[in-house]
Design a protein around this ligand. Structure first.
Ligand SMILES: *[C@@H]1O[C@H](CO)[C@@H](O)[C@H](O)[C@H]1NC(C)=O
Ligand SMILES: *[C@@H]1O[C@H](CO)[C@@H](O)[C@H](O)[C@H]1NC(C)=O
Ligand SMILES: *[C@@H]1O[C@H](CO)[C@@H](O)[C@H](O)[C@H]1NC(C)=O
Ligand SMILES: *[C@@H]1O[C@H](CO)[C@@H](O)[C@H](O)[C@H]1NC(C)=O
Ligand SMILES: *[C@@H]1O[C@H](CO)[C@@H](O)[C@H](O)[C@H]1NC(C)=O
Ligand SMILES: *[C@@H]1O[C@H](CO)[C@@H](O)[C@H](O)[C@H]1NC(C)=O
Ligand SMILES: *[C@@H]1O[C@H](CO)[C@@H](O)[C@H](O)[C@H]1NC(C)=O
Ligand SMILES: *[C@@H]1O[C@H](CO)[C@@H](O)[C@H](O)[C@H]1NC(C)=O
Ligand SMILES: *[C@@H]1O[C@H](CO)[C@@H](O)[C@H](O)[C@H]1NC(C)=O
Ligand SMILES: *[C@@H]1O[C@H](CO)[C@@H](O)[C@H](O)[C@H]1NC(C)=O
Ligand SMILES: *[C@@H]1O[C@H](CO)[C@@H](O)[C@H](O)[C@H]1NC(C)=O
Ligand SMILES: *[C@@H]1O[C@H](CO)[C@@H](O)[C@H](O)[C@H]1NC(C)=O
Ligand SMILES: [Cu+2]
Length: 571
């Protein structure tokens, strides 16, 4: 336990809570395999799922616990699991992204993920981090305070409800992805949005089993743990006749924020209190898409997913009420919600770094590139989509994981240390053409940004408008970051700096960079390893909207990448 004690020290939070609760080991076996399911279709089909469940099992732990998950892959596909939002300090081999921190667990093989939950409380989740299989391989990861629910920085709710939002395709998602890759085409929109694995009855699914039901008691207060597990779609979330008090996001407590709509991008979580204060009855909970591209003919599914909130004691059979619809292109509502959250400042919690060692300005967006050799059905006479950060379009290595190459000090042929701090060309990022095309044409590479242990980083994320402007949900592995400011248009340091929130900026692991706009984030590189940063739209990640931070070892053994676990999969 020597390592754990060292890791505890920087976190005054734990000292503050001063609980005598024993740290426990939370152990699960995840059998990833075929599940035959009939969802919104009388004909059953086979999906990939954990322990035959959709969503997969919920992991519940307390701050300070150790989580151990034995992954047994009986599916036909290569598999890895990512523990989204967990810092993995001291356990970088357990992070999970395919070919970044590990080779995949091949069909018939197994691997044990082991990590400690240190200094984190709130709602996180886990999901497959290989191909598009997270469409059906996902679940909640709930972190309670050491002393349990009485340790919340808000009055203990009467109950808690996990609300996992996702997208559902009627076809095999792996096959859809391979097809899109071979043809260099885009994935078609989902057939349904789901709440806790069920689409609800706005989709011609007459079967009552297709609607998830939440039971509540009149006047009781519930903590909703909302997770957006959708592959490609930010969502508006509402419950008819009810409003929310947001108390957390991405497992960081927030200043209580009152709202009747929650806006949540893929990869994000929101903890919100909801009082069952309406008339005893039945109400729809509904999710509908936020299409930040605001295209005249939206390419996404315009339907919405529903669940039912039913009051105990209600005996009627009226059709529940729907909440008022949020327009798919309502960027004002999205920005109001996403930009207004602030952190709940608690003694002992890390605060925003004020001195910066490394400043990066990173453009994020779409472009075009040549067909790759493996894209056999790619039409070579037409250009096709690519995505990039600072015009570098990321591809995964194929022979060894980046963390293995880093650990063995053998990066040659696996990655290069030249991820740029600036884009190659400065132009009007709100324009849909770059001055000479340089920012539109991208080439594939595996570039990392190397950081010294403990370096502080400020990154301006600037969305571009090339091909399309969109709100890209940028997710960083291994760290939370502080969001100092965000806005629309081109980032202007002179006007943005005075807006920086250095007092109580929201802390997140995924930032929905405003569409056609920018966001400024800061983090401390106090976690040695290889940490993926990428758009949490799988449709963009797969075409290169990613980079990796290589964080060097610190001065002590505890601040160094440990040897890999014995069962780490080989390629
Ligand atoms: C799982 O389903 C696939 C079809 O999607 C099938 O080819 C395979 O044999 C099944 N595997 C098992 C173990 O049933
Ligand atoms: C339902 O499943 C059948 C058999 O797989 C398929 O032919 C049909 O298109 C599906 N219906 C929908 C609405 O996806
Ligand atoms: C996990 O894999 C190892 C090595 O192949 C094997 O010996 C072991 O039986 C497997 N365990 C399970 C539970 O499948
Ligand atoms: C439901 O089915 C009807 C008739 O088959 C069709 O017109 C309608 O578009 C369907 N609605 C949805 C949301 O799929
Ligand atoms: C609905 O679910 C229940 C319980 O799982 C099951 O007994 C019943 O057969 C299902 N109904 C249909 C139409 O699938
Ligand atoms: C959900 O979709 C239906 C149409 O299928 C629409 O009538 C309703 O307004 C939508 N509700 C929300 C909350 O978006
Ligand atoms: C949203 O789209 C509708 C048409 O689909 C359009 O009338 C409206 O102006 C758009 N709103 C914004 C804010 O662009
Ligand atoms: C939230 O942000 C918007 C700007 O987008 C601002 O107008 C509004 O007053 C802020 N406050 C609240 C409580 O929404
Ligand atoms: C585009 O402009 C940049 C400078 O603005 C220059 O470095 C680059 O070579 C130009 N590229 C092409 C293809 O003209
Ligand atoms: C890393 O930063 C922390 C907080 O500023 C400091 O306490 C620690 O001594 C630093 N460690 C190293 C090796 O610089
Ligand atoms: C940034 O804002 C300042 C103050 O409004 C203005 O003078 C300057 O021209 C702007 N810079 C750019 C590059 O637009
Ligand atoms: C599965 O992983 C192995 C090891 O990395 C790799 O050789 C193989 O090509 C992968 N299979 C697929 C279908 O991607
Ligand atoms: Cu994106």
């Amino acid at each position: 336990m020597a390592r754990s004690w060292f890791l505890l020290l920087p976190f005054g939070l734990i000292v503050l809570l001063g609980s005598v609760a024993q740290a426990a080991v939370v152990e699960h076996t995840f059998n990833v395999g075929n599940l035959s399911i009939s969802l919104c279709n009388k004909t059953a089909r086979i999906i990939t799922a954990v322990n035959g469940q959709l969503p997969g099992p919920t992991i519940e732990a307390r701050e300070g616990d150790t989580v151990v998950v034995h992954l047994i892959n009986t599916s036909p596909y290569n598999m890895t699991i990512h523990w989204h939002g967990i810092f993995q300090r001291g356990t970088p081999w357990a992070d999970g992204p395919d070919m970044v921190t590990q080779c995949p667990v091949q069909p018939g093989a197994n691997y044990t993920y082991r990590f400690n939950v240190i200094g984190q409380e709130g709602t996180l989740w886990w999901h497959a981090h290989i191909s598009f299989l997270r469409a059906t391989v996902y679940g909640a990861l709930i972190l309670r305070p050491r002393g349990g629910a009485k340790g919340y920085p808000f009055p203990k709710p009467h109950g808690e409800k996990t609300v996992i939002l996702a997208e559902w395709w009627n076809d095999n998602i792996y096959d859809l992805e391979r097809k899109a890759f071979r043809e260099a085409s885009t994935l078609r929109p989902a057939d349904a949005y789901t709440i806790n694995g069920k689409p609800g009855d706005s989709y011609n699914c007459s079967d009552a089993n297709q609607t998830y039901k939440f039971q509540v008691r009149h006047n009781e207060k519930y903590l909703l743990r909302i997770i957006n597990a959708a592959l490609n779609t930010p969502l508006f979330f509402k419950v008819a006749n009810h409003s929310f008090t947001v108390v957390g996001a991405d497992a960081s407590y927030t200043t209580p924020y009152e709202t009747d709509v929650v806006v949540i991008a893929p990869g994000q979580t929101v903890d919100a209190l909801m009082v069952a204060s309406a008339t005893v009855g039945r109400y729809y909970m509904a999710v509908s898409p936020y299409d930040s591209a605001n295209l005249p003919n939206p390419t996404f599914s315009e339907t919405n997913g529903t669940a039912v909130v039913e009051y105990v004691g209600y005996t009627g059979d009226e059709q529940p009420q729907l909440p008022p619809r949020t327009e798919y292109n309502d960027t004002d509502t999205a920005f109001r919600f996403l930009s207004n959250l602030t952190a709940l400042v608690l003694p002992g919690k890390p605060t925003v770094p004020l001195s910066i060692d490394t400043r990066m300005f990173v453009t994020v967006g779409l472009g075009v590139s040549d067909c790759q050799p493996e894209q056999l059905q790619c039409n070579r006479s037409t250009t096709h989509f690519s995505a990039s950060m600072n015009n570098a379009s990321f591809v995964l290595p194929s022979t060894v994981s980046m963390l293995q190459a880093h650990y063995r000090n053998k990066s040659a042929g696996v990655y290069t240390r030249d991820f740029p701090d600036r884009p190659p060309v400065i132009f009007d990022y709100t324009s849909n053409v770059s001055d000479n095309g340089t920012m539109q044409y991208t080439t594939k590479s595996t570039k990392v940004k190397t950081l010294c242990y403990n370096e502080t980083v400020e990154m301006v994320l600037q969305n571009t408008h090339l091909i399309a402007k969109e709100s890209h949900p940028m997710h960083l592995h291994g760290f939370n970051f502080f969001v100092l400011a965000q806005g629309f248009g081109n980032y202007n340091e002179t006007t943005a700096t005075p807006q920086f929130n250095l007092v109580n900026p929201q802390e997140r692991n995924t930032i929905a960079v405003p569409t056609g706009g920018w966001a400024v984030i800061r983090f401390v590189a106090n976690n040695p390893g290889m940490w993926f940063m990428h758009c949490h739209f799988d449709a963009h990640l797969s075409i290169g909207l990613a980079m990796v931070f290589e964080v060097k070892d610190g001065p002590t053994e505890e601040a160094s990448v440990p040897p890999p676990p014995e069962d780490l999969p080989h390629c």
